[in-house]
Design a protein around this ligand. Structure first.
Ligand code: 3HC
Length: 311
């Protein structure tokens, strides 16, 4: 027999009502939202690192300015999401500690290196494309603060995807070496982008419950399929070959058949053993340590100000 609070809560969710911070919510709902929103925020913050690597090496001033704006947007997305998570009773310091200690996850995709300028285009086109696919449904999430943060974030993501595709358009129309650089980038980023949507549905531990609570609107495989169906024609438009020999249009399904991602690689990367996991966490821990003097100054100033008010 379901606890009456739980039943009333589920009825609100089923009726499509938004749950707001001060209202009753089941502990499981609160916990999974803290888990997902904080990890989403970590993804945004860590996601700045692969791109930041190319700000000083962008080929033109215009590309540098665009990349700066995009990386700055990601920082803002992280802050909106940390604020949304704080409404659930977790502190910013706790979330940072979970990231720095390796306890918390962030999107697997950011553990791959950005080796060439074409990677910056591939990240915009594929990574932000996948992020949009996954974030648009989150605008309808049952938890108010998360849904509202997503509305703002999705608006900015479309610029991110567009500028990435534009970089690749220029390069495939350039020299044969530039076109080869784009193909090499697609070869390295295609499969990790498909893995962004999470494990296959039968291996997803949270999906069923997250869908019952209308946190997740679509299953991982559903969004992955949508992403492939939308992206393959774009790759063809660029004159590129998608690195999947099993990729084939399936008429009656009305979508592409494609091979299974390498799930062993995926679980290895999210367990902390990807190509750049150590480098990414070192960078975040260093940023935290380098910023200690500034945090201490703010705290000292706040205490002095409080002391003056109290006197
Ligand atoms: N990277 C890292 N961990 C992942 C993952 C990925 N791509 N996909 C799944 N996982 C983890 C889950 O977090 C969970 O582990 P946990 O219990 O320790 O948290 C485990 O694998 C099982 O996966 P599930 O499918 O059961 O987990 P979820 O129901 O949480 O689904 C998700 C995974 C679809 C990523 C979901 O968490 C989600 O929608 N998160 C919010 C969106 C998000 O984080 N998107 C990343 C986009 S990158 C970005 O935003 C930056 C962009 O702007 C450039």
């Amino acid at each position: 027999e379901m606890d009456p609070h739980e039943r009333a809560f589920q009825e609100r969710i089923d009726a499509g009502q938004k749950i707001e911070p001060k209202e009753w919510m089941s502990e499981g709902y609160r916990k999974t939202l803290i888990r997902q929103i904080s990890q989403h925020a970590h993804s945004e913050i860590v996601g700045q690192l692969p791109e930041g690597n190319w700000i000083t090496r962008a080929p033109t001033l215009e590309r540098k300015a665009i990349l700066l704006a995009k990386v700055q947007d990601e920082a803002g997305h992280g802050l909106y999401l940390y604020c949304a998570a704080e409404t659930l009773g977790v502190s910013r310091d706790e979330m940072y500690e979970q990231l720095h200690s390796g306890k918390a996850k962030y999107s697997s995709i950011f553990n791959y290196p950005t080796l060439t300028w074409a990677d910056i285009g591939a990240i915009g086109w594929l990574v932000d494309g996948a992020a949009i696919m996954n974030q648009v449904p989150l605008q309808r999430c049952s938890y108010g603060p998360y849904a509202r943060a997503m509305v703002r974030i999705c608006k900015e993501e479309s610029f991110h995807q567009r500028q990435g595709f534009d970089i690749l358009m220029k390069m495939v129309k350039g020299t044969p070496a530039q076109k080869a650089m784009v193909q090499d980038s697609l070869n390295r980023w295609w499969w990790p982008s498909l893995m962004m949507f999470g494990p296959s549905d039968d291996a997803s531990v949270h999906s069923a419950q997250s869908m019952a609570w209308k946190i997740k609107q679509n299953s991982n495989d559903e969004l992955r399929q949508k992403f492939v169906d939308q992206t393959v024609p774009q790759a063809e438009y660029l004159g590129l070959t998608v690195p999947d020999p099993d990729l084939k249009w399936n008429e009656e399904k009305g979508g592409y058949d494609f091979a299974e991602p390498d799930w062993e690689e995926f679980f290895n990367v999210i367990a902390g053993n990807g190509p750049c996991n150590a480098e990414r966490l070192d960078a975040r821990r260093k940023a935290w340590d380098d910023g200690a003097w500034f945090r201490d100054g703010l705290t000292a100033h706040a205490e002095k100000a409080a002391g003056r008010r109290a006197a």
